[in-house]
Design a protein around this ligand. Sequence first.
Ligand SMILES: *[C@@H]1O[C@H](CO)[C@@H](O)[C@H](O)[C@H]1NC(C)=O
Ligand SMILES: *[C@@H]1O[C@H](CO)[C@@H](O)[C@H](O)[C@H]1NC(C)=O
Ligand SMILES: *[C@@H]1O[C@H](CO)[C@@H](O)[C@H](O)[C@H]1NC(C)=O
Ligand SMILES: *[C@@H]1O[C@H](CO)[C@@H](O)[C@H](O)[C@H]1NC(C)=O
Ligand SMILES: *[C@@H]1O[C@H](CO)[C@@H](O)[C@H](O)[C@H]1NC(C)=O
Ligand SMILES: *[C@@H]1O[C@H](CO)[C@@H](O)[C@H](O)[C@H]1NC(C)=O
Length: 828
Amino acid sequence: MPIFPRLIVGQVVLSALSFAAVVNSAPSGFPTSGNGLWFRAKGSAWAKEWLPIGNGYLAAMTPGGTLQEVTQLNIESLWSGGPFQDSNYNGGNKQPSERAATAQDMQNIRTSIFQSSSGTIDNIEVLATDAGAYGSYVASGYLITTLNSTASATNYGRWLDMDQGIVRTTWSQSNATLDRVSFCSNPTKACFQHLTTTGSALPGITYAFNSALESGLPQPVVSCLDSSTLVLRGNVSNPGMAYELLGRVTAFGKSSKVVCSPEGSANATITVSNAKESWITWVGDTNFDMNAGNAAHGYSFKGADPHVGLITLLNTASPRTAANANTFKSLSDSYVKSYQSLMGPFALSLGQTPDFTKSTDELLSAYKIDTGNAYVEWLMFNFGRYLLAGSAPGTLPANLQGKWARDTSNPWSADYHANINTQMNYWFAEMTGMDVVKPLFDYMEKNWAPRGSETAKVLYNIDQGWVVHNEMNIFGHSGMKASGNSAQWANYPESAVWMMMHVWDHFDYTNDIPWFKSQGYPLLKGVASFHLKKLIPDLHFNDSSLVVNPCNSPEQSPITFGCAHAQQVIWQLFNSIEKGFEASGDTDTAFLEEVRQVRAQMDKGIHIGSWGQLQEWKYEMDNPSDTHRHLSHLLRSISPIKRHPSVHQGTSSECVETSLIHRGNGTGPDADAGWEKVWRAAAWAQLGDADTFYHELSYSIYENFGSNMFSLYDPGSSDPIFQIDANFGYPAALLNALVQAPDVPSYTSPLIINILPALPKVWPRGSIVGAKIRGGFTLDFEWSNAKPTTATLRAAPSFKARPVQVVYAGNVVSTFTSSPGNTRVIRF
Ligand SMILES: *[C@@H]1O[C@H](CO)[C@@H](O)[C@H](O)[C@H]1NC(C)=O
Ligand SMILES: *[C@@H]1O[C@H](CO)[C@@H](O)[C@H](O)[C@H]1NC(C)=O
Ligand SMILES: *[C@@H]1O[C@H](CO)[C@@H](O)[C@H](O)[C@H]1NC(C)=O
Ligand SMILES: *[C@@H]1O[C@H](CO)[C@@H](O)[C@H](O)[C@H]1NC(C)=O
Ligand SMILES: *[C@@H]1O[C@H](CO)[C@@H](O)[C@H](O)[C@H]1NC(C)=O
Ligand SMILES: *[C@@H]1O[C@H](CO)[C@@H](O)[C@H](O)[C@H]1NC(C)=O
């Protein structure tokens, strides 16, 4: 067992701790493990100072006010656009009547590319479709809690406690200490904000829902459902999706009183008087229903009015029984238990020493590239997991902002970009044992596949399987969303192929055969069936290989054929079909044979170019000074936890390294984002280069995160854009330096578990407990003096036996065939 401080799960709730409430230390109540973010002042800028809470269904951002708290709210499915706004919305596709003409256009494009002396053409606009009512993820207003007091606040502190999953603000006024706790609970689908005082009673409190702060959102109606419950009903546009929020107030105190008023108004509020403690429970939903996103439902995505379902949720989350002093404690205890069971038993230590004397913003401003600070690095790792727990386990997967978005129209629609961003969101989930990935698979099955099979027919003239492109909303957008020659973004029919690695990995990590049969394998087969037909003979090089045409390497401009990334991900998908065929129960052996044949004939996407680089395109045109943000063609070699080991079996490792060096450090003329730096960090860890790994990781922290640890697109701005991908790529990159167990092409290739492949000098000691490794293993290990001491591998029962090698410092330290149920202890 680890001997170093680590993430403590199962701590006592709201325990009074021994910190004196002095200005130079973390506030009283801040976790003794140090696992939290704290601040000396209320947050002002939303994206870089407010603190998030969420449960996957709902999200909220809290500034930590005193006399007034303005909590910004989100409901995961609240979107503008789609069939709610435009009854003719068809997922950005061509009309079925255009199929024949489009097939001819496609043929002409393919021929021109093959015949082009540069291997490229300048546009494919004829294949694109206007985005139409694509829409955007929309914020759902504010909860405003106001105290009827003018007292001044002293001894202020606010923090996020990641041991318990709560946000807390404490301050003193009028000789009393006030304490506000906010959190969102996944099992109850509800959020809570609780206020209490050490004095005899709280000042009068007013609770209001306000959407007027949301510019562009039509004014909703807020009325009294009963004496203690507000109901907000609105439409995101007219016509548009409907949404509802219910907020119920519970107060406890000698002569406390809760009143909703005025009855019959469109702007009702709830007031509370003489309460010793008071809390509001809120739930919310829309009339979106992903089960109605198929042809049988006319792709309406419309479900029932949310009201009845919300009343049931609210009555369960916050029963209208008389409050007593234990009611809230039991609600919050059971929430903390559920949060800790989602986060645990995984735990990481980097040998960090918590620094209670500096607030999180102070720690971050003192942070230096290469020197770093293990405590900050550990916090940012835990924060990534906190955000995934708060955004992924709903009915929709985590979007570009998780589920936290402030406006009526959010950057890039806060949608799903599946050419790195959606993938990165889930990179670390399986390895840290977080059971939050199912909504991602439901989304692909119910939102992508149905409309995507029409796109296969109308755009590609292919009658089997399905396809989507890079940008997806929640209304089955599957067409090529282009405007003004934007092929570099739009022409990416491999998005679902890349996502299939997540499907395969879920099976490889969990061996969940019923799930694989009913959902996992059908997803793999649907995507593979399409690409079997889409690969065509290379009529440029006439080398009798099969290639994609037309293709763009993600976000790079050349429109060409045989893009390395596309060839690699399709090849890997075909391997997954072969590996999973037996478990799938599929009897379609003709399909399996075709997969094998096409795989044998296809270009594998690995070509070494004239300056020693791994080529991004089959037709060599790599520019050594291209520092583009994406590393798409290096994917099979360097994506965290997904590398194909052939890269170390030949010269291609050096080529990857050459390409990576030339790609720069993630600050180029095109972008200076966090996700490109953590991607590079992960890649350098994969190549075993600890120094460059740490340089990139520490550079990302230095450059791209706000003081609330949100990953920011433009960190220097006073009101920056939040983009969650680097928050999620960061933990994956960090893990990749500590342990790697990449996918293998077949079950006969040994699974290689590489311990401490790129340990930076700054983490000489540490431990991991409960890491999940593909093949059904749980791994605990610790290191000190920069060397591993022991590792324990426990094999879960009922997994397939397979060859395993444990590697450290390039040497195989243990070779065995996995034996379900067995434990193996390795001493180094
Ligand atoms: C605030 O308190 C004052 C004095 O106690 C009272 O007159 C007033 O009605 C209260 N206002 C609200 C909004 O409760
Ligand atoms: C706070 O306590 C002090 C000392 O007991 C007392 O003089 C003062 O009136 C109190 N202030 C308030 C606002 O209750
Ligand atoms: C929302 O739209 C529906 C249907 O058009 C309408 O009946 C309802 O009154 C609208 N609600 C609000 C709050 O505007
Ligand atoms: C409710 O408040 C909004 C904005 O504050 C205002 O525009 C609207 O007229 C009010 N509605 C009623 C019925 O008072
Ligand atoms: C490949 O074959 C095509 C069609 O037969 C021909 O037009 C083209 O010149 C050939 N290319 C090469 C490089 O031989
Ligand atoms: C990143 O690369 C740019 C361009 O080469 C260079 O100017 C800059 O110093 C580098 N920064 C870091 C932190 O590596």
